[in-house]
Ligand binder design. Sequence first.
Ligand SMILES: Nc1ncnc2c1ncn2[C@@H]1O[C@H](COP(=O)(O)OP(=O)(O)OP(=O)(O)O)[C@@H](O)[C@H]1O
Ligand SMILES: [Mg+2]
Length: 359
Amino acid sequence: MREDMNNDRTRTLTDSQINLGTHPDAGITVEAVGQRLRQYEVIAAIGEGGIGCVFKARHRVLNRSVALKVLRGEWADDPTFIERFRREASTLANLNHPGIVAIHDYGESGDLCYIAMELVDGSTLRQLMDAGEITPGRVLAIAGDLCAALSAAHKCGIVHRDIKPSNIVIDKQGRLKLVDFGLSKIRQPQSSEFTLTTPDTRLGTPVYVAPEQWKNPQLADERADIFALGVVIYEMLAGGKPIGNFPLASAKAGLSPRVDAVLSKAMQNDPNLRYASVEDFHRDLVRAFRKKSTVARNSLIAAAALVMATASAFILPHINAPARRPAHIPALTNFPSPQKISTSPAAPVSDDADSRCEY
Ligand SMILES: Nc1ncnc2c1ncn2[C@@H]1O[C@H](COP(=O)(O)OP(=O)(O)OP(=O)(O)O)[C@@H](O)[C@H]1O
Ligand SMILES: [Mg+2]
């Protein structure tokens, strides 16, 4: 039984013999995959999506832990999904970035297609959000890692087209990896044209998918990923999806309203009104987050001035000394009140300033 990228798919075992995905409801078990892929010790199921089941495994000879993604049984005979799986593997093989999961191997063993990749020992962003572990303080770092990974893919002419929290995995040291390039699109060399990694039988996940991608998946370019990125960052800050009459992320996360303006620009329905690049989006996001510290600092100074003024008014007259404001404390009226600062309208997002992207 050969298991490399070039072999033909042969049915050396029947489905019933290995109890592997015999019908849509059948699960692919640890035992079944272990029986089929003898070079791996298959340890446990660690994830599942619409296309694949993912297992923690160890390569017996290399003694290396891997994540084994196996095409689900219900798609095992479907050429469209097999092609999608092959293209996912080849896309990953052509990307090399610390924020994108690395591929180790691809194979087809009988009717079992698998991708062996770097094992991310951690949780998906979805799991972390559900567990309440994504505080506003973590969001900028996660957004920065996401932008870096996506920027690397875009520079290679690859649009992910399925950015969502369950396709973002963060290990226990906080390192982020983008997974699941099964819906990605590749730009032809020397051309502005894209080809799809697979026929568009599945478009992605509602709410994260940009309107033009819904209408015609072939229209999706880098800006479709920026749309999805905006939704994911909104969700991390606001604790819910931007559906219906959704609250402002800044209000939920205690940030400057500038953050709302940046996210709104990323999530515009018209791709021409969105950021043109992930770098531009990241630059403005960093600036908007920094606005928070300005607000906080002003609030602190205003509060300190208020205390001093109160002391001047009520305490100093009683100790028979002239009430004097220290020279370094400005008059209270010079400070905007915290309320005024937090309710000021968002300034428009500028596109013209220097880049602060750090990747
Ligand atoms: N390299 C990895 N390391 C650890 N866990 C992983 C890895 N790759 C995937 N997973 C887990 O497996 C789940 C499913 O993987 P993946 O998203 O690639 O499958 P899919 O079937 O293509 O998903 P979708 O339904 O989004 O198309 C992920 O959400 C994640 O929990
Ligand atoms: Mg997925």
